[in-house]
Structure formats: structure tokens, C-alpha cells
Design a protein around this ligand. Structure first.
Ligand code: 6PG
Length: 259
């Protein structure tokens, strides 16, 4: 069942980071208690750095059963794990090096492979094996964090990308003209079978795109963030006031817990 998005407008970036960390902790507590593990896919970029910093600090750090958390990534740059652009490196520096998560629970994208397509295939195999998927089945992450670029991309699904129309593979390796590089990314069906997807969006430069994505016409080829609609899961938008400054709120029931 597709839920309508739960949209939270937070006072400032710090409030957004704390709200995202609260979602992580709350869902981790429930998942580890119910199923013995919490599967989460991290996003890259700069916004998640703040969330990771909150999670790695008290009181949040002590609230997570880190031995039960399984880390994945929604996308990765086509660079080695020690490269400054690596999403894995960012997560290691800001979170994974600061909490007692077992190393075998960190499932990074093997983006050091010079062949991006092979890196994507290897990561897909990791996902299929971890989630014990039969052909045609999709992973169901307990939580996926996503960001949104100023032009509406999410993960590494960029406007006009053929990867936006991928319906079979879990992981794709699209060429990204904007950055003149390959990226490795979960596809929209792989993302859309998650139990919860939370967009984390901060900054005035995204305000027009936030409005277009949430209130404008449905055009996922131009605004890939619109392609993310969990088929049977929750969709949350955690937006700071600067990024939400042009959002009119739509029907009142869509604006929840404005903080
Ligand atoms: C990446 C991210 C990307 C990011 C957006 C927003 O690898 O860069 O996955 O999709 O989420 O570009 O980035 P900011 O949060 O830094 O604005």
C-alpha cells in the first residue's frame, strides 16, 4: 500500500539531523527487538554528515544496539573507499569508526573496481545473498536515508538517466554527464520496496525543487526524487525551514509535526 508522504518541516539543520537520528534509533530499536537486526542504507553527500554526528554522540549512541545494525549504501561514487569523494569514507569518518558495529555488518559498494558495471553486479549479488532473494524479489531495507540534489536527483538517479527506467536490476552503474563519471546506485524498485524511506533535505537552494517534487506535476524523469514511492512502506520528508520555504504544505494532513 502506497502511503502519502509524511512531511516534517524542521526549524534548522540541527533539528533535521536530530529528527533523522530519532527515526534511525526508533526504527533500529523496533527492528532489532522484532527481527534481531536493523537494515539501513545510508546516503552520501553532506547532509547525512550531521545525522551521523548526532548518532555517534550521546544520548543517541547508547540507544542503538549497534551489534544488530547492518549498513548498506543507496549509492556510491566510482572511487576507492579511501577517496575523499567516497560515501563509504564519509560514513566511516563520521559514524562507523565511532560506534561498535561489527565490521562484517558494513556492506560497502566495491566501487574500487575499475569496471563500474562489475561493481554494481557485485553489490547486487551482496544484496541478493544477504536478503536471500529469489529472482524477481526485492530487498526490504528497514530504513533508507536519501538526499536530494538541487536539480531533483536522489541516490545517483539523475534527470534523464536510463537507470530511472530499470525494472529488473537492484543496482545500476549509470554514466553521470554532470560529473563526467560513472556512479553505482540502487534502482528505484530496489529503493521502493523498503519499509521506510526518509529524504533529508536542507538549504534554501533546494526550496524550489522541494516545492516542485512535492507539489508539482509528477515527472520523475525530470525530478528523480519523485520516482521514490515505497510500494508498501513509509515515505518521510525531513526538510529544514530553508529548504521548505516555498512548500505550501498541500492539504493540511500532509504537514505533520512542524517543529
Ligand atoms: C551522493 C548522494 C546524493 C546526495 C544529494 C544531496 O552520493 O552525493 O547520494 O544523492 O544525497 O546530492 O546531497 P547533499 O545532502 O550534500 O545536498
Amino acid at each position: 500500500m502506497t502511503h502519502s508522504p509524511a512531511i516534517f518541516i524542521l526549524q534548522d539543520p540541527s533539528a533535521l539531523y536530530h529528527a533523522a537520528a530519532e527515526e534511525f534509533v526508533r526504527r533500529a530499536e523496533e527492528a532489532v527487538h522484532a527481527r534481531g537486526r536493523f537494515t539501513v542504507a545510508l546516503s552520501g553527500g553532506s547532509t547525512p554528515r550531521g545525522v551521523h554526528g548526532v548518532l555517534a554522540s550521546e544520548p543517541f549512541r547508547s540507544r542503538v544496539a549497534w551489534e544488530g545494525v547492518e549498513f548498506f549504501w543507496g549509492d556510491e561514487r566510482h572511487v576507492p573507499p579511501d577517496h575523499p569523494d567516497s560515501n563509504y569514507r564519509m560514513a566511516w569518518e563520521t559514524l562507523l569508526s565511532k560506534v561498535p558495529v561489527p565490521p562484517e555488518h558494513v556492506h560497502r559498494v566495491p566501487a574500487e573496481n575499475a569496471d563500474a558495471g562489475q561493481a554494481a553486479a557485485d553489490y547486487e549479488r551482496t544484496l541478493r545473498e544477504f536478503f536471500n532473494l529469489s529472482p524477481g524479489e526485492w530487498p526490504r531495507f528497514d530504513l533508507v536515508f536519501l538526499g536530494m540534489g538541487p536539480e531533483g536527483h536522489t541516490a545517483s538517479l539523475f534527470p534523464g538517466s536510463p537507470a530511472l527506467h530499470e525494472e529488473q536490476r537492484l543496482v545500476a552503474a549509470p554514466w553521470v554527464e554532470k560529473f563526467n563519471t560513472f556512479r553505482i546506485t540502487l534502482t528505484s524498485p530496489a529503493l521502493n520496496h523498503s519499509a521506510a524511506v526518509a529524504f533529508l533535505v536542507s538549504g534554501a537552494e533546494k526550496a524550489e525543487t522541494v516545492r516542485a517534487v512535492l507539489e508539482g506535476p509528477h515527472q520523475p524523469d525530470e525530478l528523480p526524487a519523485q520516482a521514490i514511492r515505497p510500494v508498501d512502506g513509509e515515505l518521510l520528508w525531513l526538510i529544514d525551514r530553508a529548504a521548505g520555504s516555498l512548500f505550501t504544505g498541500g492539504p493540511p494532513e500532509r504537514m505533520e509535526n512542524a517543529k
